[in-house]
Design a protein around this ligand. Structure first.
Ligand code: GRF
Length: 211
């Protein structure tokens, strides 16, 4: 029996999910993992701040929280080292950044090559950064959406695993558009991680092939 509160079979792929927001993407993954056929288990949930966020959601689900605040370390490199070691201790097959909103350093990227993935709320390469939906509205685009990609050292760059589009409505605010994107984003994350754990994936240059 795993010591982390999970009930998954020993063949289930191990996910560590890092969040900073409400953790609805983390929750969607935990819900999907409740079905053994999904083939994965969230073994830990992490955050870069304490408080009532996704890490708390993980803790409630008896997943150990991996919380490292940048400000608790002398510098960014020390934070990166602590986060890397802690996440690595859970031996994840995939590390998911689901609104983690922190750029991990070279040590972290090297520890999880090709298997540290991030979901972002825009159709990359348009609107990287913290305000994807707001920038999409300001630009007047008619389609917005979400992108799941493999992290590299850039800001919202890296090989794209999946994208989904949602319409921008005439009366949208940043909040309504953000929520519409998040709904599609959660479904995409669950479906894509499912395909990755069940069939594997290959990265060829900038292109990702699932299954
Ligand atoms: C997601 O839309 C993600 O793309 C963005 O933050 C949101 C996280 O939402 N960076 P939640 O915390 O999973 O609810």
């Amino acid at each position: 029996m795993p010591t982390d509160g999970s009930q998954a079979s020993p063949t289930a792929k191990r996910l560590v999910v890092l969040v900073s927001g409400s953790g609805s993407n983390l929750q969607a993954l935990m819900d999907a993992c409740a079905d053994p056929a999904y083939g994965a288990e969230v073994v830990a949930g992490g955050a870069a701040r304490a408080g009532p966020n996704g890490a708390a959601r993980a803790a409630e689900a008896r997943r150990p929280p991996v919380v490292h605040r940048v400000k608790d370390y002398p510098d960014r490199d020390a934070w990166d080292q602590a986060l890397t070691e802690d996440v690595a201790s859970y031996e994840p097959d995939i590390v998911v950044s689901a609104g983690f909103l922190k750029l991990c350093g070279p040590r972290f990227l090297a520890a999880f090559p090709g298997r540290y993935i991030n979901t972002h709320n825009s159709l990359l390469p348009a609107f990287p950064g913290m305000n994807g939906p707001g920038e999409a509205l300001a630009a007047g685009v008619k389609l917005a959406g979400a992108t799941l990609f493999i992290c590299d050292a850039g800001v919202d760059t890296g090989p794209i695993i999946a994208q989904c589009a949602v319409p921008v409505e005439d009366d949208d605010t940043v909040d309504t558009l953000t929520e519409r994107i998040k709904e599609a984003e959660r479904a995409q994350l669950v479906a894509s991680v499912g395909r990755m754990v069940q069939g594997g994936w290959k990265v060829e240059g900038n292109r990702v092939r699932l299954g």
